[in-house]
Write a protein that binds this ligand. Structure first.
Ligand code: SF4
Length: 508
């Protein structure tokens, strides 16, 4: 039966928003950003008392670290979609009043998003809802397609029009197109997967089904949980605990898991991917994911701790205290301290309550934030030889500031250790690692970086050791931004200049 969607903002013209009043000022590090977190819930008959909207809201709060620039929830009530979404963090984009006004439904999907500032527009906020001949389709995406331009060019030549620049809209469009020639939504998704290249972990709602999809390389995590008799999907397992769900398992690379009134089913789009390998992003373990998540069988906390242990084996140093840069350097610091037997201590206090700043130029904002977000704990640092552990150095500005804070607080020596290898290459799979020209390791060797930062010594984890931190995972890894070995071919036009808007959006 054909059913229709009802999404309030669907036909609104593309409008750039005054982002300043909505946006948090600083994504996690100010230099590396992940691009999105997804969640979906299917309420099984008998579980009507579950408040799907509240569960999804809480899940998005748990995924907030994956994207802070827009948030949204869509409820599917027998094929009728109602959506609340806006730019901003979960607490500001999804007001209590707006959520109270949302009708309940059997399927609820949610999304938090990061996008480079120059691409921020409200038309790209998710969940994205499209209407087509088989009713409505809601979609939430985490990742990045490497063949976006190729697909867009082809579809536009056939008359397609798009209202956003997002991969999600492209994927939804292709699913709708493929559905015309496929007996079911599952078949349409399988056909769609054969057209997509790159990273995509999706939560999709058709009128009657909730569907989770992970690309054949498994770049981004995606997992399955259970609340009562109902199923849910999330980017990271950490949210299951906070919404009262039980972790069931990871969605496998190339897998499609479908939940409907008949139960839960799994399909695979490929027997194996083209290169017969999987490529989970190593940076999920190093920095992106929450330490209380387990990805493809490996605890993120344990992986970070292991990185710290290996870092000590590769770069030992005599010191009085090992400290981590909050938050993602803390676990590796514990590993380094355990391996070195140097006491672990706290060097920084993080201000947890910075959410936004009064209007001022971006550069000034960043400077002010660096000064207000972290302060050194002089009482614990003064006169000591400090080993400071961080997860990465991108442009070097933040690291330099951290070293200055320690020195100003009276540290006698500062030895910096980084729990990942030097960033040398851009990411095309959903993490906004800056333009290669901006990467400090591209321009300077380790000694020069140490001098620039003002540290007494500097050591990075090697690529070999990085690949050991999640040993035993059920998947292979991508470490391309460190090694330059991309798991799949990157089309020349995006390889040349990843961040040029012209690549995706130039008018012909
Ligand atoms: S290139 Fe780096 S950030 Fe991108 S998916 Fe690979 S490991 Fe992750």
């Amino acid at each position: 039966m054909q059913q229709s969607g009802n999404e309030e903002n669907f036909m609104q013209p593309l409008a750039y928003r005054n982002i300043d009043k909505h946006l948090p000022v600083l994504p996690p590090k100010g230099e590396i950003y992940d691009e999105c977190g997804v969640f979906g819930l299917y309420k099984t008959d008998g579980d009507e008392e579950l408040n799907g909207i509240s569960i999804t809201h809480d899940a998005l709060l748990g995924l907030q670290h994956r994207g802070q620039e827009s948030a949204g929830i869509a409820v599917n009530n027998n094929g009728e979609f109602s959506t609340v979404k806006d730019v901003g963090m979960v607490y500001s984009a999804l007001s209590e009043k707006a959520l109270e006004d949302l009708p309940d439904g059997k399927i609820v999907i949610g999304h938090v998003r990061y996008t480079p500032l120059n691409l921020l527009d409200s038309s790209g906020t998710q969940p994205l809802i499209i209407r087509y001949i088989y009713g409505a389709l809601g979609i939430c995406h985490n990742g990045a397609l490497t063949n976006f331009k190729e697909l867009k060019d082809k579809l536009e030549q056939g008359g397609a029009i798009f209202q956003s620049y997002s991969d999600a809209e492209m994927i939804a469009y292709i699913i709708a197109e493929q559905r015309l020639h496929a007996p079911s939504i599952e078949d349409a998704i399988i056909k769609t997967m054969h057209k997509l290249r790159g990273a995509y972990s999706l939560v999709v709602s058709s009128p009657n089904k909730l569907i989770a999809v992970r690309d054949p390389y498994g770049f981004r995590p995606l997992c399955l949980g259970k609340i009562g008799n109902s199923y849910c999907f999330a980017s990271e397992s950490c949210v299951f605990q906070s919404v009262g769900a039980e972790f069931i398992r990871d969605i496998c690379p190339g897998e499609i898991v479908v939940v409907d009134s008949k139960g839960i089913n799994s399909y695979f789009a490929y027997e194996q991917n083209a290169e017969n390998k999987t490529s989970l992003c190593m940076f999920e373990y190093v920095y992106i994911a929450r330490p209380d998540s387990v990805i493809d069988g490996i605890s993120v906390y344990n992986a970070r701790k292991r990185a710290g242990e290996l870092l000590y084996l590769e770069h030992p140093v005599d010191a009085d205290m090992v400290c981590g840069v909050p938050d993602s350097g803390l676990d590796a610091a514990q590993g380094y301290a355990a391996a070195s037997k140097i006491p672990y201590g706290i060097a920084f206090i993080k201000n947890k309550y910075i959410a936004r700043m009064v209007s001022m130029p971006q550069k000034e904002k960043k400077k002010r934030l660096l000064n207000t977000k972290l302060t050194a704990l002089a009482a614990n640092v003064k006169g000591k030889r400090i080993v400071i552990i961080d997860d990465s150095i991108v442009r070097g500005e933040t690291s330099k500031h951290i070293v200055t804070l320690l020195k100003n607080a009276g540290a006698k020596e500062v030895h910096m250790r980084i729990s990942s290898p030097p960033f040398l290459h851009a990411c095309y799979f959903g993490v906004d690692v800056k333009n290669e020209d901006e990467l400090i390791a591209k321009r300077m060797n380790t000694q020069q970086i140490a001098e620039y930062l003002g540290v007494d010594s500097l050591g990075y984890l090697s690529c070999e050791s990085l690949n050991l931190i999640a040993q035993g995972a059920k998947v292979g890894f991508c470490d391309a931004c460190f090694s330059g070995k991309y798991p799949l071919e990157i089309p020349k036009e995006i390889f040349v200049d990843k961040f040029s808007e012209k690549i995706r959006f130039t008018e012909k």
